[in-house]
Design a protein around this ligand. Structure first.
Ligand code: ADP
Ligand code: MG
Length: 247
């Protein structure tokens, strides 16, 4: 995928001996009546650059909460999370937003495209917002990404004119807009039929082949079986963490 990776950026990690993502002692508490409920409790995990990780576990086990901490959408109540040289738990809200735009591409279950913008403009907006792609290259890059996901014919359509699978492909194009080193997807195929889901998974796996790090929350064993590592959560803790070589 070299064509999609023409933006100069420093290596994600200064030292190859250090994992790209390092979370240590993460807890996330939510108020529950008079008490507090631990969506995550004292969770530690390291993920190396280039890994493809499935996060699995029952509904309510803390999968989305973990993704939200890794992407800086949410903050830990306790614990530390480093991505490369950045200590996410120490960043201000604004710095975290800017970091996220540069560093992670996020694909959600319900696509989350802006309904009043065309598919193309949704991708362009992601570039405008972050500003790492030079202005002159944005249109061409956005069209290239839409071609890459097979949506060039739909570029000027509003999201309402697309099928579920097309919307998710558009969301993948948007996630790749700023060529982020990390891709995160929360049940990206949860609303798609299996054939359409496969197209999305193939796209994500191609990004891994191109050197990116992928973390996917999924219930689908057909997906997790294709990734390099499967981490299972239960009640906000890791109960199993299995690399492919060991399976
Ligand atoms: P999963 O993605 O594995 O289904 P989540 O990470 O979304 O689970 O949620 C884990 C637990 O934390 C659930 O019991 C959920 O109800 C609770 N939770 C998540 N977000 C919030 C929130 N904003 N406020 C209160 N409770 C929450
Ligand atoms: Mg979830």
């Amino acid at each position: 995928m070299t064509a999609l990776s023409h933006i100069d950026r420093p290596p994600a990690s200064a030292s190859p001996a250090t994992s790209l993502i390092r979370a240590s002692g993460l807890s996330r508490l939510f108020p529950l009546g008079e008490r507090q409920f631990a969506a995550l409790s004292d969770l530690s995990i390291s993920i190396d650059a280039g890994e493809s990780v499935a996060i699995v576990g029952r509904s309510g086990s803390g999968k989305s909460t973990l993704l939200n901490l890794i992407t800086g959408i949410d903050r830990p109540t306790r614990g530390m999370i480093h991505v490369g040289d950045t200590a996410l738990h120490e960043l201000s809200e604004n710095a975290l937003t800017a970091w996220r735009g540069r560093s992670v591409g996020i694909v959600f279950q319900f696509f989350q495209l802006l309904p009043t913008l065309s598919v193309l403009d949704n991708v362009l907006l992601a570039m405008d917002f972050v500003g790492v792609v030079p202005v002159k290259q944005r249109s061409e890059r956005a069209m290239h990404l839409l071609e890459r996901v097979g949506l060039e014919q739909h570029a000027t359509k509003l999201p309402s004119g697309l099928s579920g699978g097309e919307l998710q492909r558009a969301a993948v194009a948007r996630a790749l807009a700023n060529d982020p080193p990390i891709l995160v997807a929360d049940e990206p195929t949860g609303n798609l039929d299996s054939k359409t889901g496969e197209i999305i998974v193939d796209l994500l796996l191609e990004m891994v082949a191109g050197g990116r790090t992928l973390i996917v929350v999924t219930h689908d064993v057909a997906i997790s079986a294709q990734l390099s590592r499967v981490v299972t959560l239960a009640d906000g803790a890791i109960v199993s963490d299995i690399a492919r070589a060991a399976r």
